[in-house]
Design a protein around this ligand. Structure first.
Ligand code: NAD
Ligand code: UD1
Length: 350
């Protein structure tokens, strides 16, 4: 087994493509499995251009056990980073079965294939959305879980499955133990500094930053600010935005931790990946205007169902145990988002 080969599920997507760059630059071999349901092959071509290195790509669905078994047989995989899944909250309320099938069943198939191949190191893309809403707005890993929509519940279910799977080793040691890092992302934005890879949502974006950026470039007319009557300083919702490159660096740190004494007995541990700082929707609009010199037309609209007033990380555990902190500030995140948007006004064109 090559200690340095990482299988990246969902590697052609927004976060996965940035992870591939970081992994290749850190000297890992990269194997990607993606069904391209929400991405284009072009992103991986650009990953190779940025790094000057090649990766191995398999177009397959993680629910296809035969395909996964073949990949594990062909490649000497040491660790899996599992990004593949569906991620739109609104859509998950419309299509719960599709979400549970991709996110929960897909993960089960992946875990079975890993188990059979005796690959038991996993970094999983979880989300801040797993937490039960709290009054304070700040979330530490010890707070209770309790997602409020099917997407969030699919993440809680996968976390529960992974905790159960890792716990078996404690009771019945059977060779290599499972070593699992659950990384709970806050709001990833930004793009690689080259502007060659970035976020390329299908249709009209649901999330704030791609929406603002498409208003700025002229693809969309104006932003609707969902709610200006929250109990926040300017009345708009506050979130913990994190640069996607900082976020993926957290995955490299998680692999290092998994391979160190910290995980020597195996186990499953959750870490918040956020900056710990909150910015309101109007902070984003104002900073976007200041950084880019573009005017962002906006109107206030009713609150969006399911939104919280405030959500930001306590990132202390990742600092302590993974030796990871976010480095880039909001100006960097916006400048890099804009650089990607200007260079790719229609996103990736295959
Ligand atoms: P993305 O949609 O850009 O990437 C996901 C990738 O997985 C896509 O390339 C898609 O084609 C692929 N995929 C989906 N279902 C698949 C399947 N069944 N088999 C194979 N490939 C499949 O999303 P992203 O923003 O890069 O998110 C990556 C992960 O991080 C997801 O699990 C998401 O839930 C999680 N996450 C994202 C955010 C965020 O704000 N972007 C926040 C928290 C957690
Ligand atoms: C949403 C998801 C969350 C997911 C994350 C990243 C919900 C309820 N939560 O988080 O589970 O992990 O995306 O994919 O959907 N806003 C506007 N106008 C817009 C868009 C957003 O005012 O057009 C506001 C929102 O009300 C919120 C903030 O901007 O206050 C951020 O929204 P968004 O980018 O969608 O992220 P979250 O809602 O935090």
């Amino acid at each position: 087994m090559d200690k340095h080969t990482v299988l990246v599920t969902g590697g052609a997507g927004f976060i996965g493509s940035h992870a591939c760059v970081e992994l290749l630059q850190a000297g890992f071999n990269v194997v990607v499995v993606d069904n391209l349901s929400n991405s284009k092959l072009e992103s991986l071509k650009r990953v190779e251009q940025i790094t000057g290195k090649t990766l191995q790509f398999y177009q397959a669905d993680i629910r296809d056990k035969t395909a996964l078994t073949d990949i594990f047989a062909k490649e000497s995989i040491a660790t899996v980073i599992h990004f593949a899944g569906l991620k739109a909250v609104g859509e998950s309320c419309e299509q719960p079965l599709n979400y549970y099938h991709n996110n929960v069943y897909g993960t089960l198939v992946l875990l079975e294939a890993m188990s059979e191949a005796n690959v038991k190191q996993l970094v999983f893309s979880s989300s801040a959305t797993v937490y039960q809403p709290s009054e304070t707005g700040q979330y530490s890993e010890s707070l209770p879980l309790g997602a409020i929509n099917p997407y969030g519940r699919s993440k809680v279910m996968v976390e529960d499955i992974l905790r159960d799977v890792a716990a078996v080793d404690k009771i019945k040691p059977n060779g290599a133990p499972w070593k699992v890092a659950l990384l709970r992302y806050f709001n990833p934005i930004g793009a690689h500094e080259s502007g060659m890879i970035g976020e390329d949502p299908n249709g009209i974006p649901n999330n704030l930053m791609p929406y603002v950026s498409q208003v700025a470039i002229g693809n969309l007319k104006q932003l609707s600010v969902y709610g200006n009557d929250y109990a926040t300083p300017d009345g708009t919702g506050i979130r913990d935005y994190i640069h996607v490159v900082d976020l993926v660096k957290g995955h490299i740190k998680a692999i290092e931790a998994i391979e160190s004494d910290k995980f020597s007995g195996g186990g499953c541990k959750a870490y918040n990946l956020g900056t710990g700082k909150g910015y309101s929707v109007l902070d984003i609009v104002n900073t976007f205007e200041a950084v880019t010199g573009r005017k962002i037309l906006y109107q206030f609209a009713p609150r969006r169902a399911g939104d919280l007033a405030e959500c930001f990380a306590n990132p202390a555990l990742a600092d302590k145990e993974l030796n990871w902190i976010a480095d880039k500030d909001l100006e960097d995140m916006i400048a890099d988002t804009w650089n990607w948007q200007v260079k790719n006004p229609q996103g990736y064109v295959d």
